[in-house]
Design a protein. Structure first.
Length: 117
C-alpha cells in the first residue's frame, strides 16, 4: 500500500510539474500536508475510540483514571451555581490541599536551608 502511494505521488509530481510548471511542486506539497493532517486526525479519533472501549471494559491506565476523575470533578464544579454548597465545599478542599502543600514545601526548604549552613 505504501509503495503504491509512493509511485502515485511520483506520478502526480511529474504530471503536476508538466501541466503546472514550477507551481506543480507547491501543489504537491500542499496535497501532502493535507494528507498528513488527515492521517493525524484519523489516528487521534481511533485513539479516543480505543480509550472509550478500554473505559467501558474497565482497562484504563492509572493516569487515564485520574484524568477521567478530574474531568468529572471539573464538570461538576462548572455546573454548580456560584456560591452553592457543592462549589464552596470543593473550594475549601482545594484551599486545604494547597495549604498542606505550601507547609510541606516550606518545611522542606527550611530543612534544606539548615543543611547548607
Amino acid at each position: 500500500m505504501v509503495i503504491i502511494g509512493m509511485i502515485l505521488a511520483v506520478f502526480i509530481l511529474f504530471l503536476s510539474g508538466f501541466f503546472l510548471g514550477q507551481y506543480g511542486v507547491i501543489v504537491l506539497i500542499i496535497i501532502l500536508f493535507g494528507m498528513v493532517l488527515s492521517t493525524f486526525q484519523k489516528n487521534k479519533e481511533i485513539y479516543e475510540d480505543l480509550k472509550m472501549i478500554r473505559e467501558k471494559l474497565g482497562l484504563l491506565r492509572e493516569d487515564e483514571k485520574i484524568q477521567k476523575e478530574n474531568q468529572k470533578n471539573l464538570e461538576k464544579y462548572n455546573n454548580a451555581d456560584e456560591g452553592s454548597e457543592v462549589r464552596t465545599r470543593m473550594d475549601e478542599e482545594i484551599e486545604d490541599e494547597l495549604e498542606k502543600e505550601l507547609e510541606k514545601y516550606l518545611t522542606e526548604s527550611e530543612f534544606n536551608k539548615g543543611k547548607k549552613d
